[in-house]
Ligand binder design. Structure first.
Ligand SMILES: [Zn+2]
Length: 431
C-alpha cells in the first residue's frame, strides 16, 4: 500500500494556502458578461499564480489574457500519453465579504471558535477536528478555502511528484479558472486545447467525498405583458400583468420548494419578481436529479401558463425555459473507472469514500456534458460562502494524499485502461 502522507510538507501547504487566501479574488455577478474575468483582482491573482507555477518548475505554464484561465503541465513518468486534468477555481463567492482576508490559525482543542463581527464557528461542526490546526478568517470576511484549498492541494501534490520521481503518474494538466461562483467558470474553457483525457475538479468539502451526481437545471424566465389603463377608466379594458403573475405563483406546487425538499427531491424556486401593470417578469430555477422529471417540471409550467393565457384574455406570456446544466452521472457511467479509481484513492488514504448527491452544479458537470468527464473531489473546507468558513490542515493534507494516490492508480492500471482511453478519443474526435 502506498504511503505518501510522509511526503506531504504541511508547513509548505499551509503557507501557500494562507498566501493565496489573503488575496481578495471575489467574482461579481453584476459585472458585465463580456468582461472576463468579471473582476480585475482575479486577473492579478492569475498572474501571480502563473508565476508561482513557473517558479516550481511546471511546464507549459500559460495565462490566457482573454479569459484569465491559468494552465500548466507536469509530464508523466510512465510510458503512456494519458493525460489527467486537475481543476480548481480562483474566485471566491460574493455571498460573504471577500476580503482582503486576515487569516488566523487555531490549535484547536475544543469549544466554539469566536471571531470578530460576532462570527462564531460552532463546536458541533468543529468536533471532528480536535487537535488539528484550524484555519479561519478574522470573522469579517469569508476564508476562501473554496477553492484556494483546492489550488493549494493540487500544487502540493505536483510539487511532491516533482520531488519524488519514484511515484508513477501520467501526464497531469492543471487548470485554474476564474468566475466559477457566478457560473461562468468553464464557459470559455477550451477542452481541446487543455488536452486532458479526463479530469477532476478539487472543489468539494469533505476529504472522503466524490461528487458525481448533480442537479439537472433550468432557469426559466417568464414575462407577462398586460394593458395599462388609468384606473378610473379601467373597466373592461385594463389587463394587469401583476395579477396574471400572482395567479401563476399560486399554482406552483406548495411542497416542492427548496425549503421543503432534500436529498434527491427536486423543486421549483421563484427568486425574483419585478414589474408593473404593463409588464411583470418572474425569474425562477427548476431543479431535479432525474432529467425526465426536470423536463416534466418545465412541461408543467408550460401548461400552467397556457391555462393562464386562456383565463386572462388579452395577456401576452413569454416563456423562456433556459437550460443551465445537466446531471453528470449518466455521462460518467460510460467510463466507470473515473469514479472507481477515485474511490480506491480515497480508501488508500485511509478514508471511507462517500458519494453524496450535490444539490447544485459544479464546473465539472458542465465539462462532463461537453465531453471532458470531470467528477469533483473534496478540499477539506467547511461552511463555504460564509464568514464561518474554515479548513483544517490535516484535511488539506488528506486531500493532497487522495490526489497522489489517484495519479498512481491511473499509472498502475495504464495497460488495462489505455485501449478504452484510445477508443474514447476516437469517439470524441468523430463528434
Ligand atoms: Zn467552489
Amino acid at each position: 500500500m502506498a504511503e505518501y502522507s510522509q511526503y506531504i510538507n504541511k508547513e509548505r501547504l499551509k503557507k501557500l494556502f494562507i498566501r493565496m487566501a489573503e488575496i481578495d479574488t471575489g467574482s461579481c455577478e453584476t459585472s458585465k458578461k463580456d468582461e472576463k474575468p468579471s473582476t480585475k483582482k482575479q486577473m492579478q491573482f492569475a498572474k501571480k499564480l502563473a508565476n508561482y507555477l513557473r517558479y516550481i518548475g511546471l511546464q507549459n505554464v500559460k495565462l490566457e489574457n482573454k479569459t484569465g484561465i491559468v494552465t500548466a503541465e507536469l509530464k508523466g513518468n510512465i510510458d503512456s500519453d494519458l493525460s489527467i486534468g486537475l481543476i480548481a477555481h480562483m474566485d471566491t463567492s460574493e455571498q460573504a465579504p471577500t476580503g482582503p482576508v486576515k487569516v488566523l490559525t487555531h490549535d484547536y482543542t475544543g469549544g466554539n471558535i469566536q471571531l470578530k463581527d460576532d462570527t462564531i464557528i460552532l463546536e458541533k461542526v468543529l468536533e471532528p477536528y480536535k487537535n488539528d490546526l484550524i484555519i479561519t478568517s478574522d470573522g469579517t470576511t469569508l476564508l476562501g478555502a473554496d477553492d484556494k484549498a483546492g489550488i493549494a492541494e493540487i500544487i502540493e501534490a505536483v510539487t511532491i511528484l516533482k520531488e519524488h520521481k519514484d511515484i508513477k503518474h501520467p501526464n497531469i494538466k492543471l487548470a485554474f479558472t476564474p468566475d466559477e461562483e457566478i457560473g461562468y467558470g468553464v464557459s470559455f474553457f477550451n477542452i481541446k486545447t487543455f488536452g486532458a483525457d479526463l479530469a477532476y475538479t478539487v472543489d468539494g468539502s469533505n476529504a472522503c467525498n466524490i461528487e458525481s451526481e448533480t442537479f439537472n437545471a433550468f432557469n426559466p424566465e417568464i414575462t407577462f405583458e398586460g394593458i395599462p389603463v388609468h384606473s378610473g377608466y379601467a373597466y373592461n379594458k385594463m389587463i394587469n400583468s401583476i395579477d396574471a403573475a400572482a395567479l401563476f405563483l399560486s399554482r406552483l406546487p406548495k411542497e416542492e420548494k427548496p425549503e421543503k425538499t432534500q436529498d434527491r427531491e427536486g423543486f421549483y424556486h421563484v427568486y425574483n419578481i419585478s414589474g408593473d401593470v404593463s409588464k411583470t417578469t418572474v425569474k425562477m430555477i427548476v431543479r431535479d436529479f432525474d432529467y425526465e422529471k426536470a423536463k416534466q417540471r418545465i412541461k408543467y409550467l408550460q401548461e400552467c401558463l397556457e391555462k393562464i393565457g386562456e383565463e386572462f384574455n388579452g395577456i401576452k406570456i413569454t416563456f423562456n425555459k433556459i437550460e443551465a446544466y445537466k446531471n453528470m452521472k449518466a455521462y460518467l457511467e460510460e467510463f466507470p473507472e473515473v469514479i472507481e479509481y477515485a474511490r480506491h484513492a480515497i480508501a488508500r488514504t485511509g478514508l471511507v469514500p462517500q458519494e453524496p448527491p450535490v444539490r447544485g452544479g459544479t464546473d465539472g458537470a458542465m465539462l462532463t456534458v461537453r465531453g471532458l468527464l470531470t467528477p469533483n473531489l473534496g478540499t477539506g473546507g467547511v461552511n463555504f460562502h460564509s464568514k464561518e468558513e474554515f479548513v483544517s490542515l490535516n484535511s488539506m493534507a488528506l486531500c493532497t494524499e487522495n490526489i497522489l494516490n489517484l495519479m498512481k492508480i491511473w499509472a498502475d492500471n495504464i495497460d488495462e485502461i489505455m485501449a478504452k482511453i484510445i477508443e474514447r478519443r476516437k469517439k470524441l474526435k468523430a463528434k
